[in-house]
Design a protein around this ligand. Structure first.
Ligand code: ATP
Ligand code: MG
Length: 418
């Protein structure tokens, strides 16, 4: 026989093992609670969409669409790299704007991007995604950021909020011209990527991570200083709203989000605790996007996404923490074939009554079974030996060391004990 080659998970694709799942569930439950307090409703979306949807919404000249998408070329479909596009597609397809003038929706699930895996950066990763559709009121922006800040706060994750405004189709083109002039002047000291970007998407130069480009960019004109009157007023009101809610933030005038569709408010929650992967969540307003996807005319929207892997890493770092093992109610330690048969049926009845029950069928010693009970985090062990069985009784032993007592082998009676 030849040697058997073990198959491993793909690079950048990670198993979330049982001992990690508790923390993931804690995160998901907290997120649902907080989002629902802000009256957001959950929506569940497909993972596969037409490639065209992402090309049109995220933009052809973005890193995601240029090089990170998992696309089935022959079928013209793509594994979603983010959730906003799919969520808007669903919003439009089902006419959700008719149901409610302002829709607050959230979704939780895996996203796929072909990028270099690192700590906090995977090829299949998970996001919490929230979108508020149908209002361009600056209070909506402030409320949305306040919601994200509340979630982070309740998870005891320390971040800072950076915000910026990207203007609108009225003010951005003028600024773009100014920026192009500036780039022209320092083109030779920019990296190759930036020289290429400056043609297709000059704003992205502001976002470059290369040190020499960053140094140049310090001198660049900034968009917040070139906003039209409406955008400047909107931005001022967003900041005023954040202040009213006591949400600390600072303006990062060179923050440009990677996606083409953003306008006006953009924001990021950043942490110093994750090395290079500083952003735990990010989002922004996209007032022209819904219409450009065939939705209602002029329908505005704003949203954000948080990276769950990064949140889980921070939760783990926070207290060196593992979520508490919930344990089980009962371990049945039965000795002898008849006792095992009785325990087998009794365990099933107790599970039907809502109790969590484990049992060992391998005929191991009492000592070994009690060890298993301990390991399983059982609150009680029920010991059934063949002799007691004749009398329909067993010993119920609290695992916290309290004295054991004789009990009837009756599921309904037992269920009242724990
Ligand atoms: P980054 O600058 O880290 O690449 P991004 O701008 O591409 O982030 P978004 O598309 O805005 O990220 O996604 C929102 C959040 O999703 C990010 O802030 C991050 O926490 C998380 N995220 C993005 N890409 C990944 C990835 N490959 N692996 C894990 N988390 C990710
Ligand atoms: Mg990215």
């Amino acid at each position: 026989m030849g040697t058997i080659v073990k198959i491993q998970a793909l690079k950048g694709f990670k198993d979330i093992l049982p001992q990690e799942v508790a923390l993931w569930r804690q995160l998901e439950e907290k997120a649902r609670q907080v989002f629902e307090r802000f009256t957001c409703e959950e929506i569940r979306l497909p993972i596969l969409e037409e490639t065209e949807l992402f090309a049109r919404s995220i933009g052809e000249a973005t890193d995601i669409v240029e090089k990170e998408m998992y696309t089935f070329v022959d079928k013209k479909v793509t594994m979603r790299p983010e959730a906003t596009a799919s969520l808007l597609r669903a919003y439009i397809e089902h006419g959700l704007h008719v149901v409610k003038p302002v829709q607050r929706l959230f979704t939780i699930g895996p996203m796929f991007r072909h990028e270099r895996p690192q700590k906090g950066r995977l090829r299949q990763f998970h996001q919490l995604d929230v979108e508020v559709l149908g209002s361009q009121h600056p209070r909506v922006d402030a409320e949305l950021m306040a919601m994200a800040a509340t979630l982070l706060d309740e998870l005891s994750i320390a971040t800072s909020l950076e915000i910026n405004s990207l203007g609108c189709p009225a003010c951005r083109p003028l600024y773009r011209e100014k920026l192009l002039l500036f780039i022209e002047g320092c083109k030779d000291s920019l990296c190759a990527d930036c020289r290429r970007r400056s043609v297709v998407n000059p704003l992205r130069v502001l976002d470059c991570k290369v040190a020499s480009c960053r140094a140049q960019v310090e001198e660049a004109p900034s968009l917040v200083e070139h906003l039209c009157a409406e955008c400047a007023e909107h931005f001022a009101q967003v900041r005023g709203g954040l202040e009213q809610l006591g949400i600390a933030h600072k303006v990062n005038k060179f923050m440009v989000r990677g996606l083409d569709y953003y306008c006006r408010t953009t924001f990021e929650f950043v942490t110093g605790d994750l090395g290079a992967q500083a952003a735990v969540g990010a989002g922004g307003r996209y007032d022209g996007l819904i219409e450009s996807l065939g939705g209602p005319k002029g329908c505005p929207g704003i949203g954000f996404a948080m990276g769950m892997e990064r949140l889980v890493l921070l939760m783990q770092q926070r207290q060196g923490e593992k979520a508490a093992d919930p344990g089980i109610d009962l371990f049945i330690a039965a000795m002898g074939e008849m006792a095992v048969a009785r325990g087998f049926a009794l365990g099933h009845e107790l599970r039907r009554l809502g109790r969590s029950v484990a049992m060992d069928y391998e005929g191991r010693s009492l000592k070994s079974q009690m060890k298993q009970a301990n390991k399983a985090g059982a609150r009680y062990a029920l010991i059934i030996g063949d002799d007691e069985l004749a009398a329909g009784r067993g010993q119920l032993r609290p695992m916290d060391g309290e004295e054991q007592r004789t009990v009837e082998l009756d599921a309904a009676a037992l269920a009242t004990c724990f």
